[in-house]
Design a protein around this ligand. Structure first.
Ligand code: ASP
Ligand code: MG
Length: 437
């Protein structure tokens, strides 16, 4: 059984919603995961912020604006008055709920209930639409089977145990529609998998039911081998291994939620990235297969801060790095890249909320230097020690650009280096010319 996920723009208008059936095959058993209609989650976040700021008039205004949009949406989605009325009731139900929150009892718990309404709306409306056109489907309540634990980690076994009965209860139905993004937490409260989390839902369900394939339908023809906004002539990458996809996901290859790779990888479920506008195109297939001797992609991430700790105490000492890392741990700040010499260590971070505190504590160990406005550029592909020549080619193509850090050998799929953001465009173009042209 396949799992198909459609993002916000794929359900962003009544016309697009109707077109989903060009892709979904009602004669095949599938689970269809939908995001909220595009723009909805952003509006819901704003509504929550207005309540949190005790600005009820603003919340009311935002709710009304969003509701108006949905009222137009259903007049175009439904042809038949009876179904349109049913849809109107659905909209009233969800929007009455949004209006019902009051400022004084508003906490992050209520806030999460608000942002969950987008996916509940899109899936329920789509389910009624399928009814109207006579396509049998079952609406699967994600809140009954998507669960995260106390560390916000999804529990795949729970998903398996709780989704399967729904599937077994409807042996003659092919289409199962469900909500992306939303889940319950360890307290049983409504929660979510963070922004863009519908991909993650699809991959978790794929893992939970040991699906034959997960398809992520978006507006792009797969993951590209470089940033198309910067480099001309980028191409979709046909095949990526899970490891390569995981490396790229960090670099904000926006097309796939970074964590989506892991459940699929663990249960070896192939993930296809496909384009709703060009359904026949191959897109990108992410699977356990890796290709020898091939460079797959170049990616970059801006907004990086580099921190160097220079200390003669590091020489021949043990435990030094641990103490350095503990500082970052205390401030819950992830480290991305690390390079060391005998007397200094450099790390990069992209979360700078506690930069001041961190550098202050680090200065107990030695001299601390901070460089802002840095960019990590990474080259992903078969960079194992026995595939020759890529390292030299990569370095040669950027020899005119000052390098702040370089990291190789952490995995067999990645070489990363840190440069000034102002040099990024040149670096991406030179690498592209040298590695792909
Ligand atoms: N609707 C949610 C968001 O906008 C989840 C998703 O679209 O993947 O972040
Ligand atoms: Mg998305």
């Amino acid at each position: 059984m396949k799992v198909l996920k459609f993002g916000g723009t794929s359900v962003g208008s009544p016309e697009r919603m109707k077109k989903l059936l060009d892709i979904i095959n009602p004669n095949e058993r599938q689970i269809v995961v939908l995001s909220a209609v595009s723009g909805t989650t952003n509006s819901l976040v704003e509504i929550g912020q207005a309540y949190l700021a005790s600005d009820k008039p603003k919340a009311n205004l935002l709710i009304k604006t969003l509701k108006d949009k949905y009222e137009v949406f259903i007049t175009e989605l439904f042809a038949n008055t009876a179904y349109r009325e049913q849809a109107k009731e659905i909209i009233d139900y969800h929007f009455d709920l949004l209006y019902a929150f009051s400022n004084d009892l508003f906490t992050t718990i209520e806030d999460k209930v608000i942002v969950a309404q987008g996916e509940l709306l899109s899936t329920t409306l789509y389910h009624v639409y399928l009814k109207e056109i006579g396509v049998p489907s079952v609406l699967l309540p994600a809140l009954d089977f998507m669960k995260i634990d106390a560390d916000n980690e999804p529990i795949v076994d729970y998903i398996t145990d709780h989704i399967q009965p729904f599937l077994d209860a409807a042996p003659d139905i092919n289409l199962f529609i469900t909500q992306g993004y939303i889940c319950r937490n360890s307290f049983g409260e409504i929660d979510n998998l963070r922004r863009g989390g519908s991909d993650y839902t699809a991959s978790l369900i794929g893992a939970g039911i040991r699906s034959e394939e997960v398809q992520i339908w978006t507006d792009i023809d797969g993951m590209h081998n470089n940033d198309p906004r910067i480099v001309k002539g980028t191409k979709p990458i046909a095949n990526l291994s899970f490891d390569e996809a995981a490396e790229l996901a960090y670099f904000g290859a926006k097309i796939l939620h970074p964590q989506s790779v892991f459940p699929a990888q663990k249960y070896k479920i192939p993930v296809r990235l496909l384009n709703t506008m060009e359904p026949k195109a191959f897109g990108t297939l992410i699977s356990s297969e890796s290709e020898k001797g091939k460079i797959k992609s170049i990616a970059a991430k801006d907004g990086i801060t580099a921190i160097k700790i220079h200390s003669s105490r590091m020489l021949l000492a043990y435990g030094f790095l641990r103490r350095v890392f503990e500082v970052f741990e205390r401030y819950k700040t992830p480290i991305d890249m690390i390079t060391t010499s005998e007397v200094a260590v450099s790390v990069t971070i992209d979360e700078t909320k506690y930069l001041g505190e961190i550098t202050k504590e680090l200065s107990d160990f030695g001299v601390v230097e901070v460089d802002v406005n840095q960019t990590i550029v990474c080259v992903v592909g078969d960079l194992s020690a026995d595939s020759h020549g890529f390292g030299a080619r990569i370095l040669d193509s950027i020899k005119h650009i000052p390098l702040r850090m370089i990291s190789y050998g952490g995995s067999e799929h990645n070489v990363s280096f840190l440069i000034k953001t102002e040099d990024k465009v040149e670096a991406l173009r030179s690498l592209h010319n040298r590695l792909f042209e």
